[in-house]
Design a protein around this ligand. Structure first.
Ligand code: NZQ
Ligand code: ZN
Length: 388
């Protein structure tokens, strides 16, 4: 196991009624906030009113940026930065899913910079100071509530890029599973797939003795398999929503990748589907994942993929690692299909194969050289072809 630093700054208030802590905790960061939220779900489910009341009770005034879209756009970031400066916001508070939290993070990081936010997201300019970010999570999926990463899209250039800064990690996150009761089945399934893939991207590395991290990752994947379908069938099952929510945070807060490499391959490919066709992140991952695993099954990866099949998918070891690994991948596909997730690019409305090559070349730029199995742009193209 490699050396590591474990430093989680986020204070997590988990459970029913924890929104009451928003005002008191925010008061520690100033008196003026920017609230960031999406297309209205937070108003329908009462999160917006509860958050506003708690902030007002503690003397915090706020400006608002609403209408943040899934696959949040750089234009929303620019608008948020403008409002923050005009209002003099001392913190940014996200109410919603990963898209709102990501947008809030990048706004918080861009306020102190003169450069255009897209230049900062692209890495052409450097972040300086970052306003404190607080989040009230309403969808179990991305883990943005506890990580230092944000993903922003620029549909004009067909780019969806991850950006990060240690200070983007929220200082406070309110995780009330009841706020996710209203998440529709499709987004529950997409969120479950996203959590599963986060755990798997951390899991797939050559054995370097990080035994415990692998068991943590298996636990997160098993939690998705057990509770994703329950939450879809019984949206108000607190136990299911609570376990999914906490699994989502741990899948990406750093715990699973401590002391090992964690190249994110399926994500680098999926981000192109979102950037070119505005595909929902978890749905894109569910399509790509089985085809990527099939493609990289070889003598070097077979024992890990067999372990995945046995420990996570319950495949009985047959003595033939390849056939066990393949059986695991089939079970994974069946699981995604059972949650009504798409299995092909056609199903998410991609009209033809005309941009597969371009997407493959772009994805290749973001796939780390230290990928679990090194892939060329041609390899990525073949994986995307198989997804067709
Ligand atoms: O816009 P509203 O009205 O809020 O509706 C949202 C949206 O339509 C709705 N929703 C959220 N909570 C709800 C709800 N509907 C009913 N009841 C609730 N309680 O769900 C829809 C999707 O929301 P969104 O925030 O887009 O979903 P998610 O949390 O999956 O975030 C996806 C974004 O995060 C990025 C993805 O790429 C994508 O852009 N990711 C961020 C990561 C990170 N920060 O570390 C890592 C991930 O791998 C991922 O890339
Ligand atoms: Zn993801």
């Amino acid at each position: 196991m490699d050396n590591f630093l474990w430093d989680i700054t986020t204070k997590v208030y988990f459970g029913r009624g924890q929104i009451k802590n928003l005002g008191p905790k925010a008061a520690g960061y100033g008196k003026k906030a920017l609230l960031v939220y999406g297309g209205g779900s937070v108003k329908r489910i009462g999160v917006y009113d509860a958050a506003c009341n708690s902030l007002r009770e503690h003397g915090i005034s706020f400006a608002e940026l609403s209408g943040v879209k899934p696959n949040p756009r750089i234009d929303s970031v620019r608008e948020g930065v403008r409002i923050c400066r005009e209002f003099g916001a001392e913190m940014v508070i996200a109410l919603g899913g990963g898209s709102c939290i990501d947008c809030a993070k990048v706004i918080a990081a861009c306020v102190s910079c003169e450069a255009d936010p897209w230049d900062l997201v692209c890495g052409r300019e450097k972040y300086k100071s970052v306003l404190p970010v607080l989040s009230v999570l309403t969808l179990a999926a991305t883990g943005s509530e506890m990580d230092p990463v944000a993903v922003i899209s620029n549909m004009d250039t067909n780019d969806k890029l991850g950006t990060h800064h240690p200070a983007m990690r929220p200082v406070v996150s309110i995780l009330d599973p009841e706020y996710t009761f209203s998440v529709p089945p499709y987004h529950t399934a997409c969120g479950t797939a996203d959590i599963f893939v986060h755990a798997l991207e951390n899991y797939l590395w050559h054995d370097n003795g990080a035994f415990l991290q692998d068991r943590f990752a298996e636990a997160v994947m098993l939690t998705c398999i057990k509770y994703g379908p329950i939450a879809m069938k019984n949206p108000e099952d607190y136990e299911a929503r609570a376990n999914l929510m906490w699994a989502g945070s741990h899948a990406i807060n750093g715990l699973l990748s401590l002391g090992k490499e964690h190249p994110w391959v399926a994500h680098s490919i999926e981000h192109q589907l979102s950037a070119y066709y505005d595909v929902t992140h978890g749905a894109g991952l569910a399509i790509i994942l089985p085809h990527w695993l099939n493609y990289i099954l070889n003598d070097q990866t077979v024992s890990k993929l067999q372990q995945l099949a046995v420990s996570v998918w319950g495949v009985a070891p047959s003595g033939d690692g390849f056939s066990d690994a393949k059986a695991g991948i089939i079970k994974m596909q069946e699981f995604f299909a059972s949650m009504d997730l798409p299995g092909t690019l056609r199903e998410v409305g991609i009209p033809d194969k005309s941009r597969i090559k371009e997407m493959a070349q772009k994805a290749f730029r973001y796939i780390s050289r230290r990928s679990y199995v090194p892939l060329s742009a041609d390899d990525v193209e073949k994986i995307l072809e198989a997804c067709w």
